[in-house]
Design a protein around this ligand. Structure first.
Ligand SMILES: [Zn+2]
Length: 122
């Protein structure tokens, strides 16, 4: 019985490692597997050391600001370089595809419509 509790605890700690990694903008599943096979303790230590991808440095005042910020909260300068990366586009489109499929569209139709909507909205 106690071994089952141990296994459950192990998995919970692995999930915690994954959650913390996700919060830092990293792929949670990779850290989950790492913690699962090595040790959640090692996983947590590694997650504590990895850089936070959800923040960037303001090019003007060098303060850490949100990665999606368009205006620096410290010096108020506008960050003209657009942060809409391909990854964000893919994420937006894939979320929209799921929405469209749930309304009864086929995957192909949903993809075409989502891409068309993205180009209009952005
Ligand atoms: Zn700044």
């Amino acid at each position: 019985m106690s071994s089952i509790i141990g296994v459950i605890l192990w998995i919970i700690l692995c999930a915690l490692t994954a959650t913390l990694a996700e919060r830092k903008g990293h792929k949670g599943i990779g850290y989950f597997l790492l913690a699962l096979f090595l040790s959640p303790l090692i996983g947590l230590i590694i997650v504590a050391c990895i850089s936070n991808k959800t923040q960037k440095l303001c090019p003007y005042c060098k303060n850490a600001i949100d990665i999606h910020a368009t205006v620096c909260g410290f010096c108020g300068k506008e960050l003209t370089k657009k942060n809409s990366t391909n990854a964000e586009k893919e994420k937006w489109i894939s979320e929209r595809i799921v929405e469209l499929i749930s309304t009864g569209k086929t995957a192909t139709d949903a993809k075409i419509q989502a891409e068309a909507e993205y180009s209009v909205e952005k």
